[in-house]
Design a protein around this ligand. Structure first.
Ligand code: THU
Length: 165
């Protein structure tokens, strides 16, 4: 039987701080521009199955903004989220530049949702690795209509990041 000498369990809490805005006008100019680029990028969505249009925009260390949108396919797993479309495009076209920030927007039939667009787990993992590659925080801006969340680093949306490199 267990005895008290094995009772070493203790509860831990992870706290996450993020910033909430009620209008794009409240964002710093570069973040506002990136959020607007993510909304624009929704127009590039190809979503004949889900009808959920997602746009993403990555800001690089040289100020260039790279956009992406979700691309669906009849063979469902062959499609790709907006965030990874943007990040892979940025990585492929600007391999020497750091990704400083990514903004995400989405909504049914291309109409921006009220709730901020929260990235899927696979996209968070990809963000984490580009952040590691850059060696400095990548902020994540989730855009909704009348509600915007900004997280200062990927760690804040993917605690206990897997990192083998
Ligand atoms: N989608 C994204 O583009 N990003 C996410 O973070 C979550 C989901 C896309 C995938 C699919 O085309 C559609 O949204 C519905 O799931």
């Amino acid at each position: 039987m267990f005895t008290t000498q094995f009772r070493h369990m203790s509860d831990k809490t992870i706290n996450i701080t993020f910033h909430e805005y009620s209008s794009l006008k409240e964002l710093a100019p570069a973040d506002k521009a990136l959020a607007e680029a993510a909304i624009e990028a929704m127009q590039g969505a190809y979503a004949p199955y889900s009808h959920f249009h997602v746009g993403a925009a990555v800001r690089l260390s040289n100020g260039v903004v790279v956009k992406g949108a979700n691309q669906e396919n009849a063979a469902f797993p062959s499609g790709l989220c907006a965030e990874r479309t943007a990040m892979f495009s940025a990585g492929a076209n600007y391999p020497d530049k750091d990704m400083e920030s990514i903004a995400i927007a989405g909504g049914v039939h291309g109409r921006l949702a009220k709730a901020p667009a929260t990235p899927c787990g696979a996209c968070r993992q990809v963000m984490a690795q580009y952040q590691t590659k850059a060696g400095k925080p990548m902020s994540v801006i989730m855009v909704g209509d009348g509600c915007i969340w900004k997280f200062d680093r990927v760690d804040d949306i993917l605690p206990l990041i897997f990192d083998s490199i």
